[in-house]
Write a protein that binds this ligand. Sequence first.
Ligand code: ADP
Ligand code: MG
Ligand code: ZN
Length: 469
Amino acid sequence: MFEAVIGLEVHLHLKTRTKMFCGCPADPFGAPPNAHVCPVCLGLPGALPVPNRKAVEYGLRLALALGAEVPDRLVFHRKNYFYPDLPKNYQISQYDLPLGRGGALPLEGRQVRIRRLHLEEDAGKSLHLEGRTLLDLNRAGSPLIELVTEPDLRTPEEARLFLQRIQALVQTLGISDASPEEGKLRADVNISLRRPGEPLGTKVEVKNLNSFKGVQRALEYEIRRQTELLRRGERVKQATLGFEEGSGKTYPMRTKEEEADYRYFPEPDLPPVPVPRAWLAEVRAGLPELPWAKEERYRALGIKEKDAEALAYAPALSRFLDQALSFGLASPQALANWLLVDLVGLLNERGLALEATRLTPLAFARLVALFERGEITSRVAKGLLPELLEGQDPEALVRARGLGVVADEEALRRLVEEVIAAMPEAAESVRQGKIKALDALLGQVMRKTQGQARPDLVRRLLREALGVG
Ligand code: ADP
Ligand code: MG
Ligand code: ZN
């Protein structure tokens, strides 16, 4: 009876070498606390920021991929607030001239509209330990993109899928690892309920979710909580909430600053950054094939809809598939099947990433081709996959171990004659129309070939030999 209305604010950590406004390394991982800091990101008096050109370019890539409008100059603003892990007591962000406005992300046949995206710097990290708070400022000043959607999402699953699509997109663009577990993709979710057709209801914002599952669970919880309130005739209070993984519940956080509290004003230490159209054109020309275009291409190649979608939004798999396809050895659908079912299954079982194995797209394509040409059975192909992960060559393995299917019809026909002669009763039954008796003969031929013959071929040869068409 109520419909959920959901809008997301997504923070993506950009994969630049250096921070947004200084030369410190941008990736805080692996360094001891406070190793990656300098006067600029520590906010020391007199230190001056310099915008990171690569970060702007990465931002432009995303803006263009989403079809957002990019202004001809970017302006940075100060967003003032006090927090221990924010050394300058303000964050350099963007306000009225952001990196991009508008655009959309295709999702299940719909378009989820993007309101805006802007560049900003990350804060540091507070570690609360036994009543003390420790600060690690390695992350302070790292480049972030914040992307804000219109309230176009309707279900928790959809919100989660949207984030997964954004993750695939930025990974495809090569601008962010977007790994939630590393804090490189974080989301705030806004949700209200209404009766379908009514104006938007009062929303709450659940802040700082750092897993896809967390996003979905927080939204599910809020839907339950708000539904109960509205059913009882009460109102939803506008609020900023946190989410506790353990209990699966949201809880009130600080009362949120109003926009005026941030006292946004243009950053006086940074002149506007011009975005010449020629630069924009260059960035656009350098965009890789986007996931939704990939999906179309896979479908045009005859790959099933579901598979085309799964592959197009899995950057590592689709890169691998594209190379495997380029050899023209195996059919697209067979490659897709073996990739999505057998290979992914095996990788999951072993907790391995495709890139961490020695399997090459060529070896993979050759394995699938051996199977497609009927030279090995699917059982044999599956059995070889683990060794292919270790860099082995499929043809060499098949040859060395005699795993090839007996595909030589002449040889098989002689075997079939032998088996018929050895099992006259079964043969007679088949001739008299008891087709089921064929299975016994088939089983015997398969045994003689150590299971390497193609059952459909043997069956045909048996039927021919016994005159049962
Ligand atoms: P705020 O000023 O509280 O940050 P905004 O209008 O900037 O709110 O919107 C922030 C996010 O909340 C956007 O993603 C937007 O789509 C979403 N949003 C706005 N109004 C609603 C609503 N009534 N219900 C759900 N989401 C909303
Ligand atoms: Mg907001
Ligand atoms: Zn620095």
